[in-house]
Unconditional design. Structure first.
Length: 440
């Protein structure tokens, strides 16, 4: 497509400003089951999404067809969309930031890794899992998925930003049986360097995750000291930090409204957003073309700022924090690389001070079990008892309940075992002084 033509037609048609986003992606998915490839799919996609300002209103359009007539089609759709736009959000096309911190996060080694070798690795993982423990009754799935995304953002002010990234995920799950008890366990590896994948370590962790659940039962109902593992911490942190969205604050639906420079968490908690961290989620500009940067939202328990896109920033008379995130045709607010600053103690040291408590490894039902207006939650959970500073018997069929803000205020320790999650959140285990556990 002739990108220049799009801007020429738009200007001739009376559009005040224009933005064009080009995305090209490729996804590969391979699964093996019982020694054979059970799924193999490759999907290539290209899409052009455009926005423009017409008579002071935003209009948007997109197309998966990239043809000579596409520029004219996009401009006409933008105009028609703007005519029926009744939103009061200020229409802003961003000229560009003064400085961008670009890094190359594309690893050609992933594409150089042959499909045959990827399949051979999956089959080897499956074979090793079958032989790893006599209690493994079946290997449910071994899967490899790979994603490549290339994007270009341009606008009528001359801004042109490019980004290209790729990563892969290896997933495996097994079924274990012992004395009439059946459990499943899994492990996910996320990365963009094939040489960093350790097959033996991965297999051992899949087996450990499954076998450790055998014999699980509900614990006695009461309030316990609770340690959340990194994955559980991440899921609750994302829900908690949604309250730092300026959009929710302006709609008066945020639990953080009016709380700038006030205590919203324990002194042990410092929450940083680092979109420039060198990992697979690195991004140096947001969906509006604003440069991203490392920033602190909660400093030793004190709320320091809200997250803004261009529209919400204009309403409050401040600058965007680079948190604009595309959601369909609308630019909302999102976070890129939320991080809880790790503590100095290992997870074992954190556990060591607990005489009796619960260690949570999984929670379910966050969307249904969390009231965003109050912060109250009640979630199905599983994990292990903590006895005399050590992990003990597994527990399942339990419910953990509390309030998000109160929970983060009651964090007593933060471990140093940070893990990068698929959500881009990077979190360690945390110790909460008390949470209500319902079991038997």
């Amino acid at each position: 497509m002739n990108f220049k033509k799009f801007f020429e037609i738009g200007q001739a048609q009376g559009l005040e400003a224009l933005e064009l986003n080009y995305h090209a992606g490729r996804d590969l998915n391979i699964s093996v089951f019982h020694g054979e490839v059970s799924q193999f799919s490759v999907a290539d996609a290209k899409v052009i999404a455009a926005r423009g300002i017409y008579n002071g209103k935003f209009g948007s359009a997109s197309s998966e067809k990239i043809e000579p007539c596409t520029p004219a089609y996009l401009v006409e759709e933008i105009k028609e969309n703007a005519k029926v736009n009744e939103e009061e959000t200020p229409a802003i096309i961003f000229p560009g930031s003064k400085q961008y911190k670009r890094k190359n996060m594309f690893n050609p080694a992933i594409e150089a890794w042959s499909t045959e070798d990827k399949i051979a690795l999956l089959l080897k993982i499956e074979d090793h899992l079958k032989k790893a423990d006599s209690r493994i009754s079946d290997v449910e799935e071994v899967q490899y998925s790979e994603s490549m995304d290339e994007s270009i953002k341009m606008n009528s002010f001359g801004l042109k930003l490019k980004e290209k990234r790729n990563y892969f995920v290896i997933y495996a799950s097994v079924i274990v049986k012992d004395k009439g008890d059946t459990k499943t366990g899994y492990k996910i590896h996320l990365g963009n360097n094939p040489q960093e994948f350790d097959l033996d370590k991965f297999v051992a962790e899949v087996v450990k995750n499954a076998v450790s659940k055998l014999g699980g039962a509900p614990c006695k109902s009461k309030k316990y000291p609770v340690v959340l593992n990194p994955r559980v911490t991440a899921s609750l942190l994302s829900a908690y930090m949604s309250n730092a969205s300026a959009e929710l604050v302006q709609k008066h639906t945020s639990l953080f409204e009016g709380k700038i420079n006030q205590v919203v968490a324990s002194k042990k908690i410092t929450i940083i957003e680092d979109p420039l961290a060198k990992n697979v989620f690195y991004t140096y500009f947001d969906s509006e073309g604003v440069a991203t940067y490392k920033k602190t939202f909660v400093d030793k328990g004190v709320l320091k700022q809200f997250a803004y896109n261009l529209g919400t920033a204009a309403k409050d008379g401040v600058e965007s924090t680079g948190n604009g995130q595309q959601g369909g045709a609308k630019i909302g607010i999102g976070f890129f690389g939320l991080t809880i600053k790790p503590g100095r103690k290992s997870e074992d040291e954190v556990l060591g001070k607990i005489k009796e408590g619960v260690y949570l490894t999984e929670v379910q039902g966050l969307h249904a079990g969390l009231n965003p207006r109050s912060g109250n939650f009640s979630l199905q959970a599983s994990g292990f008892m903590i006895r005399d500073g050590k992990l003990a018997e597994p527990v399942n069929l339990i419910t953990v309940a509390g309030n998000l803000v109160d929970m983060f205020k009651n964090v007593k320790e933060v471990a140093n075992n940070s893990e990068l999650q698929l959500s881009s959140t990077n979190t360690p285990s945390i110790l909460v002084s008390k949470l209500a556990i319902s079991g038997k």
